[in-house]
Write a protein that binds this ligand. Structure first.
Ligand code: FNR
Length: 349
């Protein structure tokens, strides 16, 4: 029943995956205090190298993108060297790995990067309520709306991080455009009230995402560039009926870029969004006709069925990969899986 997962999948002329199981990006907060990946992280990823593709935990492109403790970066030489150990360990075991490039936007906090190193920035000066997971004493700040000069710098910094990822040995990058972080903050009306060419109408709301995509394509090529998107607002984000038109426009533009894939960002793909006319994966399939990675509380069985029903092409698995380093083998051999528990986040097994 899960046999479909174990056939190779050609993303493009550059990359063919050994199977259709993708390890979803999973933040683990285990980089060292210079945000350099450790040898323990290399071993953790290498144990999962039989996934068709690993997507790294979200990795910040510059200091002011940090919103959680000890998340790795890709902007210093030491970070690049640390990632080289990780990518080599995965490649030595026959695997492939993309870096997920991240800026948290209004979810960032100067506690991590220091007031002197920047401000919290977002599409607009609209903040989120609440406190930071794992640092509950910190409350979110009101962000500064990015100026056009800030935006140009961000686009350039994303491209530099992508080049750094290639230098570090990654097979490609996934732009983190999902889950309510910086790029997503431009794509939803609840947090973008700009009136310049980055706001107000769908073409403008999509512009920052497209500029980041194009800058990264120029740096490393479209075959090695992917993006994760959350057309359904579900995390640190309020839904708005107008959002659908923004994603309609964005997906039409992305289709002409011939990316490696688009990856849905969601925790449970059973969730329906009225303004999308159903689930987010269904919406993406209707609007976008190239390779799509599905995710969100799937098992190997339900995910295989979804692929067979043409809901998406590749299946990303998150929490089960934390609980089962040998997830691929267990599924292939029909062995029982260990159930995921949040307590497992304390350690890199
Ligand atoms: C996540 N998720 C996530 N998503 C992302 O795009 N970048 C990230 O760094 C993280 N980090 C992260 C950490 C932890 C501990 C969890 C549980 C989740 C979301 C993840 O990639 C995936 O979309 C969800 O976990 C849903 O898939 P599963 O777990 O139902 O297979």
């Amino acid at each position: 029943m899960t046999a479909t997962l174990f056939t190779p999948y050609k993303l493009n002329d550059t990359l063919t995956l050994n199977n259709k199981i993708i390890m979803a990006p999973l933040t683990r907060c285990m980089a060292d205090d210079n945000l350099v990946p450790t040898a323990t992280m290399a071993a953790y990823y290498a144990r999962r190298a039989d996934a068709g593709l690993i997507i790294s935990e979200a990795t910040i492109i510059r200091p002011d993108g940090q919103g959680y403790v000890n998340t790795p970066g890709l902007y210093t030489q030491a970070q690049i060297e640390g990632w080289k150990v990780v990518t080599k360990a995965v490649h030595d075991k026959g695997g492939k790995i993309f870096a997920q490039l991240w800026h948290t936007g209004r979810v960032a906090h100067p506690f991590f990067f220091g007031e002197q190193n920047g401000e919290v920035i977002s599409a607009s000066n609209i903040g989120i309520e609440g406190t930071i997971p794992r640092n509950r004493e910190l409350t979110y700040q009101q962000p500064k709306a990015a100026t056009q000069a800030d935006i140009a710098q961000l686009v350039s910094d994303y491209a530099t991080a992508a080049s750094n990822a290639i230098e570090a040995g990654f097979d490609g990058v996934e732009i983190h455009g999902a889950n309510g972080y910086l790029i997503d903050q431009f794509l939803h009306y609840s947090c973008n009230n700009r009136t310049d060419e980055y706001g107000e109408i769908p073409e403008n709301m999509a512009r920052f995402a497209v500029e980041v995509v194009d800058a990264i394509i120029a740096a490393i090529g479209s075959d090695r560039t992917a993006i994760r998107l959350s057309p359904g607002a579900y995390f640190n984000m309020e839904p708005n009926q107008g959002d659908r038109a923004v994603f309609d426009t964005l997906l039409k533009q992305l289709e002409t870029r011939h990316l490696a894939f688009i990856h849905l960002g969601i925790f449970d793909d059973a969730m329906e969004f009225d303004y999308l006319g159903g689930t987010a994966s269904r919406y993406l399939r209707q609007q976008y006709h190239q390779t799509l990675v599905g995710v969100g509380s799937y098992t190997a069985e339900t995910g295989s069925k979804a692929i067979a029903n043409n809901q998406f092409d590749l299946l990303a698995i998150g929490r089960a990969f934390i609980a089962n380093p040998d997830y691929v083998t267990r599924v292939r051999d029909g062995l029982e899986l260990t159930a995921y528990d949040d307590a497992m986040l304390a350690e890199l097994v």
